[in-house]
Design a protein around this ligand. Structure first.
Ligand SMILES: [Zn+2]
Length: 301
């Protein structure tokens, strides 16, 4: 198993401790410093589900942009600290928010997504673990391409690309990791980054279609990947969902997620994005998807 490398643990924990002082999401600051929703959207101003809290992003980059924290305390969670209920609650709260926005905007379509920058090298400005939830009248470029190509595939082949992908990968067995409770987990055939895995959700084209059972399955799978990442020494990652519009079905498109690891948080780190990634539209990875799938399987037992 190829590890991500190592960091100076002492200076890492010093940085975590120092970041506490300027954290908006810790209990002493959250109520005072985070913005509130308009009363006609969320009468209480912020949303809550068990220990998860959700509120507007101070610096939105979509028409609707919220932040959801897994828990107010502790300030920092290592990958091994996440539990099924922490993940389930935070994702459930994010989906509640997307449903709320979609119901207020319908019939104007809402494209929602749940995203996660974990760690500074992944683009997180706050170390306190949090999801970012965006909803807009237009899909992101990636979702737009995926939806267009899925429909073209359906027109040409007469079947759903995502279901076909699951079956082809299962048959080949090289990148297929597991399928549990309606979610298939694969190492990406053409990854956009290191240690990239994808989850395809059967029978659902929008993230707002995810029910309790579906969320439980997603959380369990993600937890297995977080444990795998931890075993590999990973301390930073990105996750994104790719969803069709809320409250509309699709014959050709299925909801999916991708997660990939990012460099270690350390001074003078080497970025994983060079000229190939930033300018040439190509991705260089350090492990073959087929090897990754083999290694992740043990975490899905
Ligand atoms: Zn904090």
């Amino acid at each position: 198993m190829r590890r991500a490398g190592s960091i100076n643990e002492e200076s890492f924990w010093e940085a975590v401790e120092a970041s506490k002082k300027s954290c908006y999401f810790c209990p002493e600051s959250l109520e005072r410093l985070t913005p509130m929703f308009p009363k006609d959207l969320v009468p209480e101003g912020r949303m809550r589900l068990n220990s998860a809290r959700l509120f507007p992003n101070l610096y939105p980059f979509a028409e609707h942009h919220a932040v959801a924290i897994f828990t107010e305390t502790p300030h920092f969670l290592e990958l091994g600290d996440f539990t099924p209920s922490l993940l389930e609650d935070c994702f459930a709260l994010a989906i509640d928010y997307l449903r709320l926005v979609a119901s207020k905007q319908y019939p104007r379509l809402i494209y929602g997504s749940i995203n996660w920058n974990y760690g500074l090298p992944a683009g997180a400005s706050m170390l306190h673990p949090h999801l970012q939830i965006i909803a807009d009248a237009v899909p992101t470029k990636q979702v737009s391409v995926l939806m267009k190509m899925s429909e073209e595939y359906y027109e040409r082949v007469g079947s759903n690309y995502w279901l076909d992908l699951i079956e082809v990968e299962r048959e080949l067995g090289e990148r297929f990791v597991a399928e549990k409770d309606g979610i298939a987990w694969l190492a990406s055939f053409a990854p956009q980054g290191n240690r990239e895995f994808m989850a395809i959700v059967r029978g659902r084209s929008s993230i707002t279609d995810m029910d309790k059972g579906c969320l439980k399955a997603l959380s369990e799978g993600l937890l297995a990947i977080l444990k795998f990442y931890q075993a590999q020494g990973v301390k930073s990652f990105n996750l994104a969902s790719f969803s069709g519009p809320a409250l509309e079905g699709s014959r050709s498109f299925l909801l999916s997620f991708k997660i990939l690891s990012r460099p270690l948080p350390q001074p003078f780190y080497v970025s994983d994005a060079g000229f190939m990634e930033r300018l040439q539209g190509e991705t260089i990875v350090d492990t073959k998807p087929e090897d990754l799938a083999k290694e992740l399987k043990a975490f899905f037992q």
